[in-house]
Design a protein around this ligand. Structure first.
Ligand SMILES: C[S@@+](CC[C@H](N)C(=O)[O-])C[C@H]1O[C@@H](n2cnc3c(N)ncnc32)[C@H](O)[C@@H]1O
Length: 180
């Protein structure tokens, strides 16, 4: 069966085969809606996959938006997100960015919640986190190390990233829902 895909904040680069939503009528959106007004106009569990590419940094409330993503995607479905790392030029250059995130910014929805799991009841399993670094650091092998070893990624976020700067972070989450 063809997967049901929602491209949130699709802009002009809507993912092939997806339903696109955006608030800008000059985009490829199939449905115009404001991501800061809930609920979005779809039923619970309507999608197998949700994509939010360079979007989460624009919304008013990250936690509430993640909860809405969780509602829209079926148990075991996928949420894919891409966002600038806060040390990249692009993170602060765009005045419509409200949030400046790192590769641990979504841990509060998973097991590694640092004691802050009470922020939300929505649960996601982190399948993949990938960080792209600025080209120089990629050529010197830092990107490989950051992505191969989660402990090194943490070390990089703590101590190195203001010099060895990040560019983009990609997250793949599995939606976890308790059966009714
Ligand atoms: C940086 S663009 C990314 C577009 C596309 N995902 C891509 O990768 O090319 C951010 C998109 O989010 C949309 N957006 C931002 N805030 C929004 C909101 N509150 N409601 C709906 N769409 C919003 C913008 O209109 C824009 O199309």
């Amino acid at each position: 069966m063809t997967p049901r895909i929602l491209d949130v904040g699709c802009g002009i680069n809507k993912f092939a085969g997806a339903i696109g939503i955006d608030n800008n009528p000059r985009t490829k959106a199939d449905v115009l809606c404001d991501l800061d007004h809930f609920p979005y106009p779809f039923r619970d569990n309507s999608f197998d996959q949700l994509r939010a590419i360079h979007v989460i940094e624009h919304v008013a409330d990250v936690i509430r938006t993640m909860e809405e993503f969780h509602r829209l995607v079926r148990n075991g479905g996928t949420v894919l997100m891409e966002t600038p790392h806060y040390t990249d030029f692009s993170s602060f250059c765009d005045p419509t960015h409200r949030w400046h995130l790192n590769s641990f910014s979504f841990r509060y929805f998973g097991q590694d919640d640092a004691g802050f799991g009470y922020y939300s009841q929505a649960r996601f399993r982190e399948r993949k986190v990938r960080v792209k670094l600025l080209a120089l650091w990629r050529y010197l092998g830092f990107e490989l190390l950051v992505n191969a070893f989660p402990r090194f990624r943490r070390f990089w976020e703590y101590y190195l990233c203001y010099v060895v700067r990040g560019k983009v972070i990609t997250f793949e989450f599995e939606v976890l829902k308790t059966p009714e």
